[in-house]
Ligand binder design. Structure first.
Ligand code: ATP
Ligand code: MG
Length: 392
């Protein structure tokens, strides 16, 4: 019996995008995601990508699991394939599903007639297939309102497909559809989740991390790299630029007024990230900031940091509560890593009385007590880049 995976993508997302381009990108991303998982055949037809695993059930399950991480995929189904002849659909449904149906008392059949020339209507297909299944499984009862199991028959281009489960996936747009952005990645909860949110819109990611050795440890850096590899499950391999930040932080601490320490530091972060972003063809910066979450994220403070760069800054969590962000962090399996208790560069140099209503000109004055251009150049030159692969 031939099993086949149906991969559905939303047609809504095709608006404004060239459909062929979208489909090719999605199927390329799928091929990349399932590379090394054995032999398969892949074809596109209608708004469906069909994947036929050639190495057995276990391979099929592994491919299904992996597809749950691919943006652009709206739902997946493992189906049995048969010809579109009604008699054959009936017989195959009985043959394929009898074992499964033994476990249930009530069922219904739903049909989808994607082939608009098919001689039977959807209700007719359901009626005939349902009747036949009943005849061969006398323990079953039809319950159209609350069935324990729904048998789906989809009559499509060349074949019919029989299945019992449609698994919702992430949706979004295929990675690569919307360029590339630079994520400011800390070891916290917010920034990895923020990267995920923007990648979901088809944006490829690179990341920059500010590392304050020896004030922050190798373990703290490893944690950040691990977070990058978790996000990379969704976004694909990710370059991570590790910026030596200690000298800048020490200079800030020694020369700037204490109330401006954090904001001057944040301006440096944005400026260095922008420089590295431009060098790597990224069109935006991404941060995990949220209005009012901490002193450096009040409206005034956000203006001060935002003012440091010209590049578009994406802040997917700007209007979200911590609980909502945590939910996303848990959903993508980053949370447990994010809450590991390693220090980060911000906690090491946190002032006791940060200003919450800073004036931009005053903070710039404080920053200009330092040799800004030289410090930025040195940090960029000292940057080390690693490529993080998806940790599966
Ligand atoms: P997160 O949970 O993402 O660390 P946070 O709530 O702790 O965020 P801040 O520490 O004020 O907030 O940082 C705000 C944003 O600045 C982060 O979301 C992240 O995008 C960026 N950021 C902070 N620290 C670093 C760092 N060491 N390296 C790179 N980016 C950083
Ligand atoms: Mg943080």
């Amino acid at each position: 019996m031939e099993k086949i995976i149906l991969v559905r993508y939303g047609e809504i997302v095709l608006k404004g995008l060239n459909r062929r381009y979208f489909e090719n990108l999605l199927s390329d991303n799928i091929k990349e995601a399932i590379a090394g998982m054995g032999r398969y055949e892949l074809r596109k037809s209608g708004a469906v990508i069909y994947i036929r695993p050639l190495d057995g059930d276990e391979q099929a399950n592994r491919i299904m699991e992996r597809l749950k991480y691919v943006f652009g995929v709206v739902s997946i189904t493992l189906a049995y394939k048969c010809s579109k002849d009604l008699k054959e659909i009936q017989q195959k449904a009985v043959e394929y599903l009898s074992d499964t149906l033994k476990k249930y008392k009530t069922f219904k059949v739903e049909s989808k007639r994607a082939d608009k020339k098919y001689p039977l209507t959807s209700p007719e297909i359901s009626y005939y297939v349902g009747g036949y299944l009943l005849e061969h499984n006398p323990h079953l009862k039809v319950d159209v309102k609350n069935p324990e199991i729904t048998v789906m028959v989809e009559v499509r281009d060349e074949y019919a497909y029989i299945h019992t489960e449609k698994i919702r996936c992430l949706g979004g747009m295929p990675i690569g559809a919307n360029g590339k952005a630079m994520l400011l990645l800390s070891g916290g909860i917010d920034s990895p989740a923020a990267g995920y949110m923007i990648a979901k819109r088809g944006v490829r990611l690179e990341a920059v991390h500010f590392f304050s050795y020896p004030y922050t440890s190798e373990r703290a850096k490893d944690k950040v790299l691990k977070l990058a590899s978790i996000v990379a499950r969704y976004s694909g391999d990710m370059k991570v630029h590790i910026v030596p930040f200690t000298d800048i932080q020490l200079e800030i601490r020694d020369k700037c007024p204490e109330e401006h320490l954090t904001l001057v530091m944040r301006r440096f972060m944005m400026q260095i990230a922008e420089r590295i972003a431009k060098n790597n063809n990224c069109k935006a910066l991404i941060t995990g900031e949220s209005i009012g979450q901490v002193a450096s994220q009040t409206m005034e403070a956000l203006n001060v940091t935002n003012d440091a760069v010209d590049m578009l800054v994406l802040r997917p969590f700007v209007g979200m509560d911590k609980e909502e962000i945590v939910e996303i962090s848990q959903k993508i399996d980053a949370f447990e890593t994010s809450i590991l208790p390693y220090e980060d560069c911000c906690t090491v140099f946190t002032p006791r009385h940060p200003s919450t209503k800073p004036k931009i000109e005053k903070v710039i004055e404080s920053q200009n007590l330092l040799d800004v251009e030289r410090l930025i150049n040195e940090a960029v030159e000292g940057t080390e880049t690693v490529i993080m692969k998806a940790e599966l």
